[in-house]
Design a protein around this ligand. Structure first.
Ligand SMILES: [Zn+2]
Length: 292
């Protein structure tokens, strides 16, 4: 026999799954990616380098050379409507080994420029080149960021312990992509260290679909995971906000009561139960106890 408390995170509306995408560099190939995402109702976060907006270039990185043309400032806002614009460094500099002032300049300037463009506070980031050594993560913290993505794949659907080192599930070229998607859609195990909630976090660059000539690859994945009743389709920022609000819930020592000090309604569940409980903003709620 064991006792279970309704204190595990569920996503909004009591959903057990959330899906988010993160694409870097703000290049013209994002236009085609967005056309696919919008057709299927999938949300993504796009990580931008304001100091390079409108610049033209190419990229090879060991593959076919393709254009690496940055979208212009005028194109960004209407294009990314319904998605999230986040920062990726002002000039996409490699920050390894740089002193804190230079790291902060690169990070904070890009944050400020994206905020000026959108007219909203914005606290999301993706480390350029995946550079997430301790001094750079600390600079991100000092710049007031709420989350920052790395490029270290986890291959699982667990929630991030540290949002400033938010490791994605996988890159879109991962050989296990479709297997992971199947597992994500069908795994209904209630018990895990985190509880029942799952997170699928995919990342990449849209120019890679042109390099590999495989736009059908991302569309196949998107069509596989789209239009599911039990998935919350969200941007990185929406997930980070919700997770942060969940982690700020205040529980009584005996787990019978919970207080939600945030502005968001939070859904709670329990291992071994399919019931979900909503705790609205500012509410103190008595929680049921499950004995099995
Ligand atoms: Zn990049």
């Amino acid at each position: 026999m064991s006792r279970h408390i309704y204190d595990r995170l569920l996503w909004p509306e009591g959903k057990k799954r959330t899906l988010t995408l993160s694409y870097d560099d703000g290049v013209t190939q994002d236009i085609r990616l967005l056309e696919i995402l919008n057709r299927y109702g999938i949300k993504a976060t796009f990580n931008l380098n304001p100091g390079l907006w409108g610049e033209k270039g190419t990229v090879s990185a060991g593959k076919k050379t393709v254009p690496h043309d940055k979208l212009s400032a005028q194109q960004l806002k209407p294009l990314y409507q319904g998605h999230e614009m986040a920062a990726h460094g002002q000039y996409h500099m490699a920050l390894w080994g740089m002193d804190p002032a230079r790291c902060m300049e690169e990070i904070l300037t890009s944050r400020r420029e994206v905020e000026r463009l959108t007219g909203n506070p914005m606290t999301g980031y993706a480390y350029a080149f995946g550079a997430d050594e301790a001094a750079i993560v600390e600079a991100a913290r000092q710049c007031g960021l709420a989350y920052a993505r790395t490029i270290a794949s986890t291959g699982n659907f667990r929630l991030p312990d540290d949002l400033l080192r938010w490791h994605p599930t996988c890159h879109h070229d991962d050989e296990n992509l479709f297997q992971l998607a199947e597992q994500f859609l069908n795994d209904d195990l209630l018990f895990s260290p985190d509880g029942p909630a799952r997170l699928f976090y995919l990342w990449g660059h849209s120019y890679e679909f042109e390099q590999n000539d495989n736009w059908d690859h991302i569309e196949a994945f998107i069509s596989q995971v789209a239009h599911k009743e039990n998935i919350w389709y969200a941007t990185n920022g929406e997930i980070a906000q919700y997770l942060t609000a969940y982690r700020r819930l205040v529980f009584s020592a005996d787990s019978r009561y919970v207080y939600n000090p945030s502005a968001l309604a939070i859904w709670l569940g329990s291992s071994f139960s399919d019931i979900s409980i909503m705790v609205t903003s500012g509410e103190t709620k008595e929680l049921p106890m499950l004995v099995i």
